[in-house]
Structures are given as structure tokens and as C-alpha cells.
Design a protein around this ligand. Sequence first.
Ligand SMILES: O=C[C@H](O)COP(=O)(O)O
Length: 339
Amino acid sequence: MSSTPTDTTTTGQQIDLHRGHLPDTVLPRNPGLPLDLDWVRSAAVNTSAVERRAASLPGRRSVKKDHQAAWLLKAVTLIDLTTLAGDDTAGRVRRLCAKARQPVAPEVLAALGMGPVTTGAVCVYHDMVHVAVEALEGSGIPVAAVSTGFPAGLSPFHLRVAEIEESVAAGAAEIDIVISRRHVLTGNWQALYDEMRAFRAACGDAHVKAILATGELGDLGNVARASLVCMMAGADFIKTSTGKESVNATLPVSLVMIRAIRDYEAATGVKVGYKPAGGISKAKDALVYLSLIKEELGDRWLQPDLFRFGASSLLGDIERQLEHHVTGAYSATHRHALG
Ligand SMILES: O=C[C@H](O)COP(=O)(O)O
């Protein structure tokens, strides 16, 4: 098979496509900064330009076709492998964790000339954190918990804070919180900032991902403003959706959030991660997201400390594509050998 473990960026620089699931250094937590209301209010989005750019993305080829299998493996290492269902059981979570440890069959990896990989994390409800922590022991794979009354985030504030603390105590290294959409819809940026600050503080040493539930925020301008406020309040990642809204991750929303991350880094020097989540289930969609990140933020964001897919079924499609790739390569070689 012709895949190599590197690809070339748009600037000609080579990047490693199949590093392990952990970066060499774990990114320090976002220290945040005081709320800058002028900056928040001045955030503007040219909706039609964003939609045009997003529409052109799937047709672009910044992820080279020759390296597609390597990019798909890269995508695997960036998945928060998720189960967030009302009928989750310990058995289902253990099976998910086994999958996170070995997401791609060893024979497929061998055929691709790649070493072992794992997913970026496993993402579960609070009640399942202890099960996942035990099942992942020794693997280095972090457990992410959705806390704060996921998915609506409408339980009493002190209970949402307590849920974070309990998830951290149970061993979650990452906490996905949901913001109060009403603060965004009413333009109450101070309330959103204070809420996020409190969630950040409750996380202690755990990394915190702020779920904006963008499908419920009204417009792209609100998505940009909410992204900025959450980053100012110390979010380590901003995440599109719970997966339970009627509209979840989309490319226009991603472009707006990614550009907010870029602006935030330009102004503060702080790198914040991005997690599109909800409805990303096809390998080809994952490649479009990776292209988008590569083009807008650069290669540094193509590591699991700065990018994750929140996805429950994406891995299955990537596995099918990789198997197809390996089988296809084998058949071509075989046909060639047969003359
Ligand atoms: O955070 C992750 C999402 O809930 C997963 O959504 P999905 O089931 O549509 O992949």
C-alpha cells in the first residue's frame, strides 16, 4: 500500500499523521482573561461569505487522496468515542472502552504499515465515568464526562457545579459542560462568563470543553460571541453541540468557531481546542473537517490536545473505509502479480 505516515501541508511542511493519541506535551489549561465586552460586542460574521466558503470545502483536495488512509487513521486518534444514551449500561461502556483501546484491527494497521493507535478519549455520562476509568486503566486514554445537566443544562446551578466535581472525583480528566443558551439569546454576556468561570473552577485540573449548542443560539453572530466569552472565561475547548439538538455540527458554524479560536490566539497567545460534535458519522465528512482545521488553524491543531470529533458512529464508517482501502490495495497488487 502506498500510504506514508506523513503528508505535506499547504506550506510544504511535512506533518506526522499517525502519532499516538497523546501529544508530546499536554497543553496547559487556558488561564482565561477578564471579560472584554467591547471585543465580544464587536464580533461580526459575514454569513453569506461563511456559507460560500463552507460550501466549497467538500470539493477541495487539501487532504491528498494518496494519503487518505493515513488521514483516516489520524481522524481515529482524534475521536472522543462517545455513548450518551438513556439505556447505557456498564457492559456497553466496557465494550466502547475496548474499542477505544483497539479501534482498528491489527491486520488493517499492519497492511497500512502503521503502528497501534487509540481514540482520543471516551465520552460518557457521569454515572458511567467510574466504569470507563476502570476499563481504560493503563491505556493513557482519558475519560471525558458530560456534566452540568447534559444536554439541556437546566438543572439547578449548584447541582451542575456539584456534578462536575463528582465527575472529576470519579476520574474524569475532561469535562464537557453545556452553557445556558438563554444567556446568549438575551445577550447577557456577563452571566455566560460568570457561569463558565464557575464551571472552569469546579473542573480543577481537568480540562473543560464548553458545549455551545450552536443549533439553539439563533445566528452565527451569537456563535462567534459565545465562543469568545467562553474562551475568555477559561474554556480549554469549544464544542459545537450536545448531539441532541435538532441541528448539530455544521461547516458554517465550524468556520465561525475556528476563526474565533484563531482571533483569540492572535490576541492572547492562548491556543484553545475545537470539538465538532453531533451527526458526524461519515469518513468523508471527517476528512473535510480535518482539511478545514489544516487550512484555517494549521497543523498544530491536528493533535488530540487541540482537536476532537465528538462522535458515536464515525469510527464504524472509518473502519469500513480502511478495510476497503486495504482490500482494494491487496486486490490491485494481486491483479498486477497475475499479469
Ligand atoms: O458529543 C458527542 C455527541 O453527542 C455525539 O453525537 P453523535 O451520536 O451524533 O455522533
